[in-house]
Design a protein around this ligand. Structure first.
Ligand code: VG1
Ligand code: CO
Length: 538
């Protein structure tokens, strides 16, 4: 039944910040997905007879690649695959399953927050036995393999029926179709005080959760509506659709407009949240209050002991380099370590495995903890609910009290999307070349190209973003996105610390105005990209 198919390498199968992401039109070329999956298997050792978890965010082309991945896992000698019913698994749920059932690893089919549909994006990422994204060493091996691949193995078998839970066979391999939500929901119940949240809801608390037509619909309906008792309709856009219903499933103020318009005005619900295509990001808003992801990380860390799963305290906090330093102040007060890693969740894995960090976060709407090895959208929502239930204070009250205690880190990210890739590269090169000249000007006390030395395995990652650090603690960071699929996206991260509570009510863009102007002129953004302003501001 095993067939060996001759193939030739494709250019550009280099995994980015989070797996390989390309247009569906690229992925659906004959042998394209097969080449990448075989390269993943070729880069691994010792999986014969072991378990592989497979699932995806339900986007267009998911059903086809799920079947291919199952057939190839069987041909390559895995003993069992666990697949979410309908081929569905959120990224954090897949991470949990790998850990809980001691799988060898997992394949997650997703391009996360990137748009879906026939003209949208598709993606494949591999997660290792710890449940986390493949570390750079492994993604480098996978990439090298994609450049020399000559054949792949696949079994000849009809499509597996993934519509019902239960066991069947694909060749000699067992295929177990599981409820995608059950194990994850049980994990959430073990971490958070569901009784306290139910009491809060009975007291009249109201919320909306926007699944954005993507994977978290079934998870949110089960947990928020069925288990916690929020009324039906709390979950909006709750059915995973191949094109996400036309949504760009990126939970920020721009793309989650529908939710923001419901929650922000007076008279809106008490709380609003959203998650992205694959369920690992979160947006948190309260009536009249948007919580920046960097603040959310700091607030969750400061209040963690209110949640049963974290009652004994945190070992440490980790944040990606561009994330604001709000969490650092919390770590300092708690007397625990704070780690600064490059962008991408793969860098948190070692810290979590070694027990050095308990809570991690990125400015890009990602927060998570040691419960899995991915960021986790619904986890963050439930942690906020647990904190709201215990503090009996609104979101705005909690955020402003946090600023009063720790000071406020005004923070914004400006994205210049789909700019010319060569021009973006030149802009970064020019900045890199001017680092020493910039030091000493405009109050810049240090400027570098961020490099990270992993404190656990000693590996070094270079070229992770250009940092300009100012004497008053402000920062401007520049980096190019590693998840886009057309042209380049320049991300500019701007941060300023304001300790004085009487100055905490300024609008973010206004508070950062002079730094924003400087971020544009120093990098000569308009000259290189032709753009006078960013396309997305968060
Ligand atoms: C972006 C974010 C990064 C995040 C990554 C994957 O990467 O900036 O913080 O880890 O997306 O998230 P980049 O390289 O485009 O800046 V997800 O939800 O897309 O898996
Ligand atoms: Co995502």
């Amino acid at each position: 039944m095993i067939r060996t198919i001759a193939t030739t390498p494709f250019d550009g199968q280099k995994p980015g910040t989070s797996g390989l992401r390309k247009k569906v039109t690229v992925f659906s070329q004959p042998h394209y997905a097969e080449n990448f999956i075989q390269s993943v298997f070729d880069a691994l050792e010792g999986f014969a007879g072991q378990t592989l978890v497979i699932g995806g965010d339900g986007r267009f082309y998911n059903p086809q690649v799920i079947q291919t991945a199952i057939r190839m896992a069987a041909a390559n000698g895995f003993g069992r695959v666990m697949v979410g019913r309908g081929g569905l698994l959120s990224t954090p749920a897949a991470s949990h399953l790998i850990r809980k059932y001691r799988a060898f690893g997992g394949i997650i089919l997703s391009a996360s927050h990137n748009p879906g549909g026939p003209d949208g994006d598709f993606g494949i990422k591999y997660n290792a036995a710890n449940g986390g994204p493949a570390p750079e060493k492994l993604t480098d091996t996978i990439f090298a393999r994609t450049r020399s691949i000559t054949q792949y193995s696949i079994i000849d078998t009809p499509d597996i029926d993934l519509s019902r839970t239960g066991e069947t066979k694909a060749g000699n391999m067992t295929v177990e179709v599981i409820d995608p939500v059950a194990d994850y929901a049980a994990l959430m119940q073990s971490l958070f005080d569901f009784d306290a949240i139910r009491d809060l809801i009975r007291s009249g608390f109201t919320m909306k959760f926007d699944a954005m037509g993507a994977i978290t619909g079934p998870y949110a309906r089960r947990i928020l509506e069925e288990m916690l008792g929020l009324p039906e309709g709390t979950v909006m856009n709750g059915t995973p659709l191949p094109d996400f219903g036309g949504h760009h499933p990126d939970p920020n103020l721009v793309h989650a407009r529908e939710l923001v318009d419901i929650v922000m005005p007076p008279g809106g619900p008490d709380f609003g949240a959203a998650s992205d295509g694959d369920g690992d990001r979160n947006l948190i808003i309260g009536r009249g209050m948007y919580v920046t992801p960097s603040d959310s990380l700091a607030i969750l860390a400061a209040n963690a002991t209110l949640c049963p799963g974290y009652a004994s305290g945190l070992a440490g906090i980790a944040r990606s380099m561009p994330t604001s330093t709000a969490a650092d102040r919390v770590a300092e007060k708690l007397g625990i370590a704070c780690f600064e890693t490059p962008t991408g969740w793969k860098f948190f894995g070692n810290l979590l495995d070694a027990g050095k960090a308990t809570i991690c976060g990125e400015e890009s709407f990602g927060t998570g903890s040691s419960h899995v090895r991915e960021k986790d959208g619904l986890w963050a929502v439930l942690m906020w609910l647990n904190i709201l239930a215990r503090r009996r204070q609104g979101v705005a009250g909690i955020v402003t009290a946090h600023w009063r205690e720790y000071g406020r880190n005004y923070y914004s990210r400006h994205d210049y999307e789909e700019v010319d890739a060569a021009a973006a590269g030149q802009l970064m090169d020019a900045l890199r070349g001017s680092l020493s000249a910039l030091t000493g000007q405009h109050g810049i006390t240090a400027a570098d190209d961020f490099a990270y030395d992993d404190p656990v395995d000693g590996s070094r990652s270079t070229g992770q973003g250009i940092r300009l650090m100012f004497e008053d603690g402000a920062r401007i960071v520049y980096r190019l996105s590693g998840t886009g699929t057309s042209g380049a996206t320049l991300r500019v991260y701007i941060e300023r610390y304001e300790p004085d509570a009487s100055r905490h009510a300024t609008g973010t863009q206004e508070a950062l105005a002079s730094l924003i102007a400087l971020s544009r002129s120093l990098a000569q953004i308009e000259r290189y990209t032709g753009r006078a302003a960013p396309t997305v501001i968060t």
